[in-house]
Design a protein around this ligand. Structure first.
Ligand code: GCO
Ligand code: MG
Length: 421
């Protein structure tokens, strides 16, 4: 049972009833080998609790401490319906704001409070947001391979299972490639044998898409993730070389440090650009949408503070003609995935949703986890997120430190210089 802490911070105004936050705890579990962080908020009403995604898989211990030691005492005794005030308090009380640790901690609280609000209203969260503007969210899925052939075989199997959008990644020489298995080095004489070469990546990537257009049905949409590795000029060269293959989007051509250059790259790019999984504040996301740097905004919503800020981004995107493609990889808990879908079906700015196939163990830990069917994600109609957690099952999958550190340590150019992972 979560530990009960005495109320420290008084309710600032009379609440409309006497339900109060009783306990706040983080749960860390790794049913698919990836540490997932979830915040559980219990209330004084027996059986009424909420769950929120706080997954910063690489630094989960920091998020856990942040919630359990710093934020929970601000919340105990407060009325759970004051979501705006409670999340602003969580942010302002630290004085310095933003960043993935802070925002994931706040997101855990924010999404758990939305879950409670839905359960109290007897409504799914998408309905609290104004209700559906579409029946379901179309998703894209990741196909990858050590060779072009292997990648396209996987893509074909996804198409056969109903997907209309497939992201293609193929291995590049050395250990630093993104999104596909490691390949033996081609650079035995270089200072760092397992390095990654932007030059070779730019030369070979169009071959993958040329082959895809020849062997996949013509109506299938193709996507690709660069993972922040290029200079602005290289980004334009890649985008132009991919023009004949009609990409749905080209993702993360530049690292966040270079985002000021996105408008010029976008202006010169014949393919739509998707950016944003590395936004770590609402302000970052707003600048990308407002300043003309992106065709698709794809924040990881717990990294900008949860549903409350993300719905503002969705509204701004609608007004600016930008579409959403919320980040939804395996380091998003099923609660976070449900939050993505609640936004997807309730926002006119929806573009596409990144899909992830959760394994059986994840379904066991999180009953109600959404399943992609024929490429579509349909929200759960149960109140709140409609997703539960089995604490005993969660404990059967203890988390270890993320393997991302080991991988990132090897992402280097062939001269040995570290590269953005
Ligand atoms: C994506 C991403 C992820 C990230 C991962 C980092 O587009 O899905 O780039 O796969 O690399 O979330 O932890
Ligand atoms: Mg990405």
């Amino acid at each position: 049972m979560p530990q009960e802490t005495p109320a420290t911070f008084a309710q600032p105004w009379p609440a409309r009833d006497d339900i109060r936050i009783r306990a706040v705890q983080t749960i860390v579990t790794a049913p698919q080998g990836i540490p997932l962080v979830v915040v559980k908020i219990d209330t004084t009403q027996p059986g009424l609790y909420g769950l929120g995604c706080a997954t910063f898989t690489q630094r989960w211990k920091a998020v856990q401490t942040f919630v359990d030691e710093h934020l929970s005492r601000l919340l105990i005794g407060r009325y759970p319906g004051d979501i705006g005030d409670l999340t602003r308090l969580a942010a302002y009380s630290g004085y310095w704001r933003g960043g993935p640790v802070t925002n994931n901690a706040i997101s855990g609280i924010d999404q758990a409070l939305w879950d409670i609000a839905g359960k109290r209203a007897g409504m799914p969260v998408y309905e609290l947001l104004g209700g559906k503007v579409r029946a379901a969210a179309d998703t894209y899925i990741h196909a990858s391979g050590i060779s072009i052939e292997e990648c396209l075989d996987q893509a074909k199997s996804f198409v056969a299972r109903g997907w209309r959008h497939v992201r293609l990644q193929v291995s590049t020489p050395g250990g630093g490639g993104y999104g596909a298995p490691r390949l033996a080095t081609l650079y035995p004489d270089a200072p760092y044998h397992n390095g990654w070469s932007a030059r070779d990546y730019l030369r070979t990537t169009p071959d993958l898409f040329a082959a895809a257009r020849e062997s996949l049905p013509d109506n299938i949409e193709l996507l690709h993730d660069v993972h922040s590795r290029l200079t602005p000029k290289e980004a334009v060269l890649l985008a132009r070389s991919l023009e004949p293959y009609r990409l749905f989007f080209l993702e993360d051509v530049l690292a966040p440090e270079l985002w000021d250059r996105l408008p010029e790259v976008r202006a010169a790019s014949p393919v739509p650009l998707a950016v944003g999984e590395l936004t770590t504040s609402l302000g970052d996301a707003v600048r990308l949408v407002r300043d003309g740097g992106v065709d698709f905004i794809r924040s990881h919503i717990s990294d900008i503070g949860g549903l409350t800020p993300a719905r503002k981004v969705a509204d701004l995107a609608e007004l600016c003609g930008v579409r959403t493609a919320w980040h939804g990889p395996g380091d998003t808990s099923p609660i976070g995935a449900a939050a993505n879908v609640a936004l997807d079906v309730s926002s006119a700015a929806f573009g596409i949703q990144e899909g992830h196939i959760y394994n059986d163990a994840t379904h066991e830990v999180f009953p109600g986890t959404l399943r992609i069917e024929d490429g579509w994600l349909t929200p759960n109609d149960a109140p709140g997120w409609g997703i539960d957690i089995d604490l005993q099952a969660a404990a059967n999958y203890p988390a270890e430190l993320s393997g991302h550190d080991e991988w990132a340590a090897g992402v280097r150019r062939i001269d040995g210089a570290l590269e953005a992972p």
